[in-house]
Design a protein around this ligand. Structure first.
Ligand SMILES: Cc1cc2nc3c(=O)[nH]c(=O)nc-3n(C[C@H](O)[C@H](O)[C@H](O)COP(=O)(O)OP(=O)(O)OC[C@H]3O[C@@H](n4cnc5c(N)ncnc54)[C@H](O)[C@@H]3O)c2cc1C
Length: 596
């Protein structure tokens, strides 16, 4: 074996909720030797930044009688009629997905929701409570009952800490600040990864019987985004480069309330708790677009409504590119108890205290509905025939199982990462205990990555990699954003091709070995360029509007031609697209018009 080879039974890449659940469960099920790699400290994974909540139809709260659908909430006295059910959650999710979500997977998502939330509770997770001590629940967009279980606006933080503790308790080994560069798949069997220890700069081959990706999303491909710096979609690019397909990449969620110019998230909980959206005429404009759900319509619809107000000259701020999120009427006490983090962010970044003044916001790239296609047990699917990539699993935001289809509902993602991370953990344990082998790897994969690093560091072109990444983000936000059309998407595609060429000569400033963050940014930029091309190719091909993919030149949803998933494979000539059917229960949940 080549130098620097490490072996484990299972390697998990990603220490967010999906990866940590999988590792923890596999360990609990008796797999002894599990390594989790994370390019940042595990507790800095983006799951920990989630604010608003995790969905489960517990029926712990309901609107106060006589106050209407947007009135205050109260706890439901024990023994009284539930307001919610997994079936209702299922319908909301299917409708939210614009019928592109796979209904077999959604069934599992909603049926496992209560169990997963109670498992968090039993592990000691500190949820906000109703007066009688049950898990408190608030409203979220597109959900027809108060379904979001929360811990003030720190929900992801408490969930991640809870599951991380349990992984440590089960002797999972964490490799903090190890950057995975490559996935080793030979003969359709996954054999391990190559990773760099960021501190020393050393590159290692890590072999395993099973590899699981919980590598999160890719909001950083856009200029305005709510995502952490680490969310550069490495996992999707690495899987794609290794020959695995990507599914539905054109569906990128734009969250309606990113801080103006910064993109940092003002949680949907701001509207869940009753906040208003206001244009420069002082109007609550959602009346025009979603008279029933108003500000709590799904995100795709609210973002389009905001962008329409902005485009038609009713935006706020000097350049007219903002909208106001007004929470003043919620009152000081509610803002301090339910939205303390949101308040702090608004004060720190735009100098506005939501208790006293409306906060300027704008749509921000937030979530990737697409990703690596998997079965409901996290098994990565290789091709249209449904064959597995043996030993390769994925869950969470990097995967497309697909429960969110064309548009995700808020709070369904922490749920997805937990439910399908947990299921992947069980499936991996079964696979490993069922006699999975440690397959050999050919050649020295780590050496190939060392050469890649060397050639990146040796370049001395005039241009910095950083500028290429900035240009990519600008074209993605400007030409592949909330509204799209053929002309703009073609501009985005030709920009990406040009940037890929420029990247070949671009220079990295820091040539050192130890903790070279400039080198990391270069590897990340290469990944951004890889999968952005897939996003734009899928968006160009899909000549309809569905969920978050909104084409002004094809404004209607077209079920006849486009009720299908996009699947992209890498070829020398760019992404090769094919399509596969959506799993639909035609009796119970046939496609309908989507109105709110
Ligand atoms: C600001 C914000 C607020 C949100 N609020 C909510 C909410 O209230 N409710 C909700 O349901 N959803 C919310 N979401 C979405 C949700 O948080 C994420 O979709 C979910 O947490 C993703 O979990 P994950 O485990 O898939 O990935 P992440 O938590 O993003 O973790 C990814 C992991 O992969 C690792 N990784 C990535 N690439 C590499 C590499 N090359 N090498 C090594 N490690 C790597 C990272 O280090 C990290 O550990 C929010 C998202 C954001 C950005």
């Amino acid at each position: 074996m080549p130098n620097n080879t490490i072996t484990h039974d299972v390697i998990v890449v990603g220490a967010g909720l999906a990866g940590t659940w999988a590792a923890m469960v596999a360990a609990r099920e008796g797999v002894k030797d599990i390594g989790v790699l994370s390019k940042i400290h595990p507790l800095r994974s983006h799951s920990g930044a989630a604010q608003g909540g995790i969905a489960a139809s517990l029926s712990n709260t309901r609107p106060v009688a006589g106050t209407g659908p947007r009135g205050p909430l109260e706890q439901i006295p024990p023994g009284e009629e539930p307001v919610d059910s997994p079936d209702l959650h299922m319908f909301d999710t299917i409708k939210g997905s614009d019928w592109l979500g796979d209904q077999d997977a959604i069934r599992i998502l909603v049926d496992d929701a209560a169990d997963v939330v109670y498992e968090y509770e039993h592990m000691g997770c500190v949820f906000s409570r109703t007066p009688d001590g049950r898990i408190n629940q608030r409203r979220f967009g597109g959900h027809s009952a108060p379904r979001a279980c929360f811990a003030a606006d720190w929900t992801g933080h408490v969930l991640l800490h809870t599951i991380h503790e349990q992984a440590l308790r089960n002797n999972v080994k964490f490799y903090a600040e190890w950057y995975v560069m490559n996935l080793i798949i030979e003969d359709n069997i996954c054999r391990g990864v190559v990773a760099m220890d960021v501190l020393t700069g050393e590159v290692h081959t890590l072999r395993a019987k099973a590899v699981m990706f919980g590598t999160g999303g890719y909001g950083r491909a856009f200029k305005i985004t709510s995502n952490a710096f680490a969310n550069t979609g490495d996992g999707v690019a690495i899987a794609y480069d290794a020959g695995a397909p990507l599914m539905d990449m054109e569906f990128v969620q734009f969250h309606p309330t990113g801080l103006y110019r910064h993109g940092i998230l003002m949680s949907e909980a701001c509207r869940g708790e009753g906040g208003y959206l206001i244009n420069n005429k002082g109007e609550r404009f959602m009346e025009k677009y979603a008279p029933d759900k108003m500000e709590l319509a799904p995100r795709d619809l609210v973002s389009r409504s905001e962008q329409t107000e902005i485009n038609e000259g009713r935006g706020v701020m000097e350049d007219g590119q903002g909208i106001f999120l007004d929470m003043r009427h919620l009152g000081r006490e509610k803002i301090l108890s339910r939205l303390p983090q949101v308040r702090e962010i608004a004060i720190n970044f735009v100098g506005v205290d939501p208790i006293d003044a409306p906060v300027p916001i704008q749509p921000t790239a937030h979530y990737s509905m697409g990703g690596i296609p998997t079965t409901v047990d996290g098994q990565v699917i290789a091709n249209a025939a449904g064959d597995p990539v043996v030993g390769f699993y994925a869950a969470g935001e990097c995967a497309a199982v697909s429960v969110h289809g064309a548009n995700r509902l808020g709070t369904n993602s922490l749920l997805e990462a937990s439910v399908f991370g947990r299921r992947a953990g069980y499936a991996i344990a079964e696979f490993v205990k069922g006699g999975a082998q440690l397959y050999p790897v050919s050649g020295d994969p780590a050496e190939r990555q060392r050469q890649r690093i060397k050639s990146l560091l040796d370049r001395d072109g005039d241009e910095l990699v950083e500028h290429i990444a900035q240009d990519l983000k600008s074209t993605m936000t400007d030409n592949c954003g909330v509204f799209r059309d053929e002309d703009r998407l073609k501009v985005a595609m030709s920009d990406i091709k040009e940037l890929q060429e420029r990247f070949k000569h671009a220079r990295t400033m820091d040539k050192g070995r130890h903790f070279n963050t400039d080198l990391l940014a270069t590897l990340e930029a290469e990944h951004l360029l890889t999968f952005s091309e897939v996003i734009v190719a899928g968006a160009l091909a899909r000549t309809e509007s569905r969920g978050a993919h909104s084409r002004t030149d094809f404004p209607k949803r077209d079920d006849e031609d486009w009720l299908k998933h996009t699947v992209a494979h890498k070829t020398d000539d760019g992404p090769k697209l094919s399509y596969k059917p959506v799993s639909i229960d035609w009796e119970k949940y046939p496609p309908q018009e989507r109105k709110y």
